[in-house]
Structure formats: C-alpha cells, structure tokens
Design a protein around this ligand. Structure first.
Ligand code: GLN
Length: 500
C-alpha cells in the first residue's frame, strides 16, 4: 500500500511543494486505493481516473514551469454527488437524475478547480440528501470502513467513508440537518457545517433551501480549514450568500488554543437516549478542554427539544416545493411518454418510478403541511419554533463563545437496523439540527471510540464566527492525539492484515 494515502492534504501540499512527490504520484496512489477498496466500501458513484490524471499532469507541468499554483494544487478531492460538475453525471443518489450531465459547474467546484485541486469522483449519498445512513441511495448503500456491516452516516456517507477509507484526503458535503457532521462523527473524521450563506448553493441540487449548507470534510481540522477557505466567500449567483470576508479559519486551526474561552455545555443535548459510551467520551472531552484552560458553563437552550419536530415540518415543506421541478418535462427521467398519455400522466408515472420511499414520504408530508387550512397550524408554528431556537442560541452566545454537545447520540448503527423506522433514523440528527435551524456554524471532531467505533464531539459558534470552531477543534485534536494517538487509523489495512 502506498504511504501517500495516509497523509493529510496539508502534508501532501508540503511534499509536492518541496518537490518530493508529484501531483501525478499523489493522484495515482489514491486512484489505486479506490480500485483496491471501493468494491467493499462503495463510497463512489463515479470515478474519473483519466481526467484526474490529466489534471494532475497539468499541475505538475505548471509547477515545472514555475507558474503560480492554487492552495490545493494536486490534492485529490471527493465530491458529493449533489454538486454539479461538468463531464460527470450528477445523480443526487436518485433514479430521477440517473445519467444527467450538468451543463455547468457549481460555484464550489469552480473554486476547487481554481485552487488546482484534483476531483477524483462523485460520492454516494441518500437520495436528494434525505437520510442518515446512505441506505436511501438509489444506487446501493455505502459501508463504514470501521465495520463494513455498519452505516457510514448520511446523507453524505460516501464522502466521509472515502476519507475514512483513505481514498481521498478531502471531500465535499452538504449539511441541511446534519449530513456533514453526523457522517463525520460515525466515521472518525472531521466535518464542518459553515455559517448558512457563507458557502454558495449555486449548482447544488436543492433539498431545503433555507437550511442547505455546503461544507468541508477532512481527516484533520487544519485540512478542513484549508478546504473551507477555498470554497467559502460571497457568490453573487446565490441570493442568500453573505457578502462578508471569510473568517480566518486556517489561522484559527493553527492557533488551536482554547485558553480563556468560555464553552457552554448544552443541557438539552445529552442524557436519555444517548449511548453511554458516547456520553462518557463527551464528558472526558469536556475535562480535556478544561485542562487546556477553557471555562465550562452549563447552558440551557430549552427550545432545542422541539428542533427535530420543527425541522420535519419546515424541511419537507421546502422539499415538496423544490422537488416539484422533477416533472419529467424539463430534464431527468421521463416515464411512459409513448404518445398516448397526457403530460399529467407522464408526470405521475415518472415521479412514482423516479423517487424512492423516503423522498415520497417527505413530499407528501411537506405538501400537507403547506396546504390551506393546515399552513398556520403546522408550517407557521414550526417557523415560530425556529425563531425561538434562534433566540436560544443568541442568549447562549451572550454568555459563552461556543456551545458543545455530542455530534450524534450513538455510534454507527448496523445497516438495516433503522431502515424501516424513519423516526429512529431521524433521531441521528438530534444534536445537529438546531444549528441548521438557526443558520450558525458547527463542526464535528473525533473524540475517541465507544465500543470500538468513533464518537464525534460537536462545537457550535455564532454566525460568521466559524474560526472559533477551528480554534476549539484544533486544540482538541492536538490534545487527543497526544493523549492516545488519535482515533483515526487505517481500519481497512488492519482488516487486510487480519485476513492475511
Ligand atoms: N439526516 C437529515 C435528513 O434526513 C439531514 C439531511 C441533510 O443534512 N441533508 O433530513
């Protein structure tokens, strides 16, 4: 196995800049790894080896010519299949978009390419980003590299699994209710939901537009910051994009110091329903933070208890409206158009065939919540709860610099375990949803193992204070790594050895 796959993006950039290794060698190492393990992990829906190699050669040629290079020059990146990227299909995990080739690049992809990053492929996800396990993908489930019988989280399970399997050092995700942080948590990787509006939604297939937030996935806090700085920033093509400078996240990740910081422990996120091992790691991590000089304060956010319920009204309402565009008329799948049927019948047949059960469930729920006579009772009430959550955060951030909680109540569950129980599946996002509802930023960093599986620690900060996430995340990572060597090991290598 090529040792290059175990390097961080930061180290790879350094090695390439020092001339010790070429972009082509870096990319080849990762493509070989994908070849070797992705049959088991199934993180990727599409790999474009030829284009990745050509792009790597172009970076090497630029370097030889002494031309200026972007901050991610030669670094392989795996892209969630929700981002439009010309030349590869964007399926969003759905039959509805099977084989659809986007005619343009998402802003995030444009920025990645401008940074000279190498896109190696598109990763698996729950259909239209709805789910917490990738089991809702129309193209099969991704497997958690820590235990192939377990889920890698969702909806961005493919991106996080690709990192944990060392198939790429960086990946892109989107977080509407937790789809970056929960997969990061259960795969022992780092995932960041930036402030809503700090990363562009242009060219990202819409799920729930008031919540959708693209963000970075990585194996180290500094790597996540590097990617964050490349993809964030104002985009005139997104009407909710924030026109402010990107917070200094890379500097914060390097500073990695929590001395004098006030850290609020959210009372409502923990206790009953949380796996004992998760609670235990969480408490120990609080001790670590205190040992590093942070001041811990218990904080109450009483309306967080209603966040999940309100999310499952607001999100489906937006889903039902956003997914109306898949009408068989404009693009994507078209079923039954044999010249005998009305447009309406073709729409019905197409939506029946093209959407999976979870997507249909949410479209029905959302349409109901928005229907006249029920609008005020459901959607209107949920919006009021959303305001109360925003106020809880605002009050808490008057007392503390950041808030913390476990990232998700349990470690990776078994594939199939919650497939027939939507409510159990929804609970995976209990801790992550409040930040989507309020639009603030949050990170999940690995904080150890419970029963042999990774546990994530969540840090939440006010809008546009994303640098605080990286300060705390970086400090924790450094402290935990020196305490017990860090959590992320090459599980597949261990497995290969065990097989041998
Ligand atoms: N798991 C959550 C859901 O199913 C979050 C999805 C997401 O963030 N895209 O809605």
């Amino acid at each position: 196995m090529n040792p290059l796959i175990h390097q961080t993006a930061t180290d790879l950039v350094e090695l390439m800049n020092a001339g010790e290794v070429s972009a082509r060698e870096v990319v080849d190492a990762h493509l070989e790894r994908i070849e070797a393990v992705d049959g088991d992990v199934k993180a990727f829906l599409a790999v474009d080896a030829a284009r990745a190699r050509a792009a790597a050669d172009a970076v090497d040629a630029k370097r030889r010519a002494g031309a200026p290079l972007g901050p991610l020059a030669g670094v392989p990146v795996a892209v969630k299949d929700i981002f439009a990227y010309r030349g590869l299909p964007t399926t969003c995990g759905s039959r509805m978009l099977e084989g659809w080739l986007p005619p343009y690049d998402s802003t995030t992809v444009t920025r990645l390419l401008a940074a000279d990053a190498i896109i190696v492929g598109k990763t698996n996800m729950d259909e239209f980003a709805m789910g917490s396990s990738t089991e809702n993908s129309a193209y099969g489930t991704t497997h958690n590299p820590w235990d192939l019988d377990r889920i890698p989280g969702g909806s961005g399970g493919g991106s996080s699994a690709a990192l944990a399997a060392f198939e790429a050092p960086l990946a892109l995700g989107t977080d509407t209710g937790g789809s970056i942080r929960q997969p990061a948590s259960v795969t022992g990787t780092v995932g960041v939901k930036p402030t809503y509006g700090a990363t562009s939604r242009y060219g990202v297939v819409a799920m729930a537009s008031s919540l959708d937030t693209p963000g970075p996935c990585a194996r180290s806090v500094l790597d996540a910051a590097l990617l964050h700085e490349v993809i964030a920033g104002h985009d005139p093509r997104d009407s909710t994009s924030i026109d402010e400078p990107v917070p200094p996240v890379v500097a914060a990740a390097k500073r990695a110091d929590v001395r004098g910081m006030r850290i609020g422990v959210v009372k409502e996120l923990g206790g009953d329903g949380y796996q004992p091992g998760v609670e235990q790691r969480f408490r120990e991590t609080l001790d670590v933070l205190e040992g590093l000089g942070a001041e811990l304060v218990e904080v109450s956010c009483p309306h967080f208890d209603y966040a999940l319920a309100a999310y499952y009204l607001i999100m489906p309402a937006e889903v039902s409206s956003n997914l109306a565009r898949f009408d068989a008329m404009r693009y994507g799948l078209r079923v039954g158009d044999d010249g005998t049927r009305s447009a309406e019948d073709v729409m019905k047949l197409t939506r029946e065939k093209g959407f999976g059960d979870e997507v249909k469930r949410r479209v029905i729920l959302g349409t109901y919540a928005l229907s006249s006579g029920y609008y005020d009772a459901y959607y209107g009430s949920a919006q009021k709860v959303r305001t109360l959550i925003v106020r809880d955060f605002a009050a808490a951030f008057e007392q503390v610099d950041v808030l913390v909680s476990p990232s998700t109540p349990t470690t990776a569950f078994l594939i199939g375990e919650r497939a027939d129980d939507p409510l159990a599946m929804y609970k995976a996002d209990l801790c992550t949803i409040p930040s989507n509802m309020a639009g603030n930023c949050a990170i999940s960093v690995p904080c150890g193992l419970a029963d042999g599986l990774p546990v994530g620690f969540q840090v939440m900060a006010p809008p546009m204070a994303d640098d605080r996430l990286y300060r705390v995340g970086g400090a924790l990572e450094a402290a935990l790594t020196s305490q017990w060597g860090g959590v992320l090991t090459d599980q597949l290598a261990t497995r290969e050895e065990a097989v041998r």
